[in-house]
Ligand binder design. Structure first.
Ligand code: BES
Ligand code: ZN
Ligand code: ZN
Length: 509
């Protein structure tokens, strides 16, 4: 999707559809909103008449099409809901509803009238960024395997009009930056949506190499031979049941600031999670090609970091393996030794994410001594039960890092909720025969015992944040109707906007 900024008023533009936002009409107040005066004028009174008939209520997501007289195209009113609840997230969602609403209905170009999305607490550049997110992400579809598709909006223009014409430079900058980020989200979704027969660990390594070449990042890929030399017994064990061998992929972005900090971003990249020998029942396996979402998000984060030249140095780590129950698969009872020497007792081969991450975390902490480590992983079903499909669980040993991430989350609208990590959880992952066990004896606090396991491999001194993205990483046909319109079916690339925002703001105090 192309997003442009135009100084003129949207109503004088030649776009196929001109979109304006309308708040929910207050009860017992039938007066026509003055904010829609210009739209009414352009409709030659049709809009006011529709309002008078109570045809338009302004309920969130409600769409009203007004065909302008003299064949001058369509106006689309998108309901914003009550004014008291208005904010950037409403703009993001409304823009997506508009783009999706005209899909397949002869609309190639869309014009947003910015002024109708600006209000107290939502500045013009915030609104413009949110429109960019909503239009780009809402318009996204994974079309690689579709031989036919309905025409969608190809170009969106944000029109400033006389209300915001003077802010053109600032808005152009904001939209330019946001477009870069959203293009990366789309790019990330395209990879995360690939099925497991195609998106093998080696294919993800190829994607990383290609990205490194394009953006001048240093990329290192450790294959199974190298991983054995490095004593990465965790990732090797998880990948041993598959014909597609594991890969540990490292991407390095040097950083935009002179003496900036080093942030390591580590992702779980299980290209398919069958559960292994502890095999999942068929319904639970259905979406397990998305178990690579953390690692693919890391790829996207590195792409955005390098494109936008964020201040910190960023080390991306993708821990990629396929978890299948082949003849050489690892089994319950196995004890594996990982990169940093710690041994894992495997009690459930379906708790494989933490096993691949043990090597990835141990390696990046040992090798790069980063100032901060952030990991993203579709780690536990317990996360989905606790927080739902929209929110990621945040566990952190560092309040400053956690605060920074929560602030970024408030900006991007990717919900995070911080959860505790205590000695109770640490106790539960202690093993009788090894340093840690990968599954607990009693089924409690699954998201947090998984975090306690990971903490063992980060160590006590490196500030660390763990994002369990099992819920928000993808949208299913069932969960789709409860999600915002910009999280269409399939991979969401959750975390890319969030961590990119965090990195952009890092280094600023
Ligand atoms: N990939 C799954 C977690 C998951 C579940 C992600 C649902 C997205 C949706 C993970 O590898 C897993 O299977 N975890 C187990 C751990 C258990 C065996 C300790 C789980 O959560 O059941
Ligand atoms: Zn699993
Ligand atoms: Zn998994």
């Amino acid at each position: 999707m192309k997003v442009l900024v135009d100084r003129r008023d949207g109503l004088s533009a030649a776009a196929d559809v001109v979109v304006s936002g309308a708040y929910e009409r207050p009860e017992k107040d039938d007066s026509f909103p003055r904010t829609l005066d210009k739209e009414d004028e352009a409709s030659k009174g049709l809009l006011r008449a529709a309002w008078g008939r109570r045809e338009i209520r302004g309920k969130f997501g409600e769409l009203t099409t007004i065909h302008r007289p003299e064949g001058r195209g369509r106006m689309l009113l998108v309901g914003l809901g009550p004014r008291a609840k208005f904010g950037p997230e409403i703009v993001r969602r409304a823009a997506a509803v508009a783009v999706r609403g005209v899909k397949g209905r002869g609309a190639r170009t869309l014009a947003f009238r910015l002024s109708s999305f600006v209000a107290e607490g939502v500045t013009s550049d915030t609104a413009a960024r949110a429109l960019t997110d909503g239009a780009t992400l809402g318009g996204y579809e994974f079309l690689k395997y579709k031989t036919r598709s309905e025409g969608t909006v190809e170009e969106t223009t944000i029109h400033l009009g006389e209300e915001h014409g003077r802010e053109e430079a600032a808005i152009k900058k904001a939209v330019g930056e946001q477009t870069e980020i959203d293009d990366t989200v789309v790019w990330t979704r395209d990879i995360a949506n690939l099925p497991a027969d195609t998106a093998t660990p080696e294919r993800l390594a190829e994607e990383a190499r290609a990205l490194g070449k394009e953006l001048g990042l240093k990329v290192t890929v450790f294959d199974e031979t190298k991983l054995a030399e490095m004593h990465c017994g965790g990732i090797l064990a998880v990948g041993s049941g598959s014909a597609h061998p594991p890969r540990l992929i490292i991407l390095e972005y040097a950083g935009g600031a002179k003496r900036g900090k080093t942030v390591a971003v580590v992702g779980k990249g299980i290209t398919f999670d069958s559960g292994g020998i502890s095999i999942k029942p068929a319904p639970a396996m259905a979406n397990m090609k998305f178990d690579k979402s953390g690692a693919v998000a890391v790829l996207g984060i590195l792409r955005a970091a390098a494109t936008l030249k964020v201040p910190p140095r960023v080390i991306g780590v993708m821990a990629c393996a396929e978890n299948l129950p082949g003849g050489s698969a690892y089994r319950p009872g196995d004890i594996v030794r990982t990169y940093n020497g710690k041994a894992i007792e495997v009690l459930n081969t379906d708790a494989e994410g933490r096993v691949v991450l043990s090597d990835a975390l141990g390696y990046v902490v040992g090798q790069y001594k980063p100032d901060e480590v952030i990991d993203l992983a579709t780690l536990t079903g317990a996360e989905v039960v606790a927080l739902g499909d929209d929110t990621a669980g945040l566990v952190s040993t560092d309040d400053k890092l956690a605060q920074g991430l929560l602030q970024a989350s408030a900006v991007t609208g990717e919900p995070l909720w911080r959860m505790p990590l205590t000695d109770y959880h640490r106790e539960l992952v202690k093993s009788e025969t090894a340093d840690v066990r990968n599954s607990t004896e009693i089924p409690v606090a699954g998201m947090l015992t998984a975090a306690a396991f990971l903490e063992t491999f980060v160590g006590p001194t490196t500030p660390w944040a763990h994002l369990d993205i099992a819920g928000p990483a993808y949208t299913t046909l069932t969960t789709k109707k409860y999600q915002p319109a910009y999280q269409n079916y399939g991979a969401t690339a959750f975390g890319v906007r969030l961590i990119t925002r965090y990195l952009m703001d890092s280094g600023r105090s």
